[in-house]
Design a protein around this ligand. Structure first.
Ligand SMILES: [Zn+2]
Length: 180
């Protein structure tokens, strides 16, 4: 009997205290973030699971762009960056977002295609993601100094790789930069 009570307490503790409380979508007006993910079909649900796991359940707008950070940085498809900027503007206006989250992933076809690569080592691909994260942070930081930027690199199994740049960061360094 004591075991049953203990289990009941643990379940109730999880349900009411430890599990993140979803917001009431019937009355919610704001979203915490705009999320940019790649289009890749293999990681659609993994991105949702990951965002749920860090407490963003249904609390973000989303835009999908092949290559995610690279898709924004590149110049081959001229409209992509402008489209993202337009959506950032709308997400700020409509949902008062405070953060941009970009989720790149390994074995990304867009990284090969847009960089004209047929083969790429894992190490080199990680370096390319880091370079694109840095450029993405710089551009977003200059255009939207009040928005935090978080970058994540997801492995093809859905796990997030630990990079120095993965930590959520408010871009305080951007406070000194002029807003366009
Ligand atoms: Zn991809």
């Amino acid at each position: 009997m004591n075991t049953f009570v203990l289990l009941l307490v643990i379940v109730l503790l999880y349900v009411f205290v430890l599990s993140p409380m979803p917001q009431n979508q019937l009355v919610a007006h704001d979203a915490r973030a705009l999320v940019i993910t790649c289009m890749d079909f293999r990681l659609i649900d993994d991105a949702v699971y990951f965002l749920n796991s860090i407490g963003y359940n249904n609390n973000y707008d989303q835009i999908i762009l092949a290559g995610a950070s690279l898709g924004y940085n590149q110049n081959i498809y001229e409209c992509w960056g402008k489209t993202v900027d337009d959506h950032i503007g709308l997400a700020k206006q409509l949902h008062n977002i405070q953060e941009i989250i970009v989720i790149d992933h390994m074995q990304c076809g867009a990284y090969k295609l847009l960089n004209n690569l047929t083969e790429i080592t894992r190490e080199r691909e990680i370096e390319l993601h880091k370079e694109n994260f840095a450029r993405f942070r710089q551009t977003i930081g200059q255009k939207y100094p009040n928005l935090a930027v978080s970058t994540y690199l997801m492995d093809i199994n859905g796990q997030i790789l630990q990079l120095e740049q993965n930590q959520n960061q408010n871009q305080n360094q951007n406070q000194n930069q002029n807003q366009h």
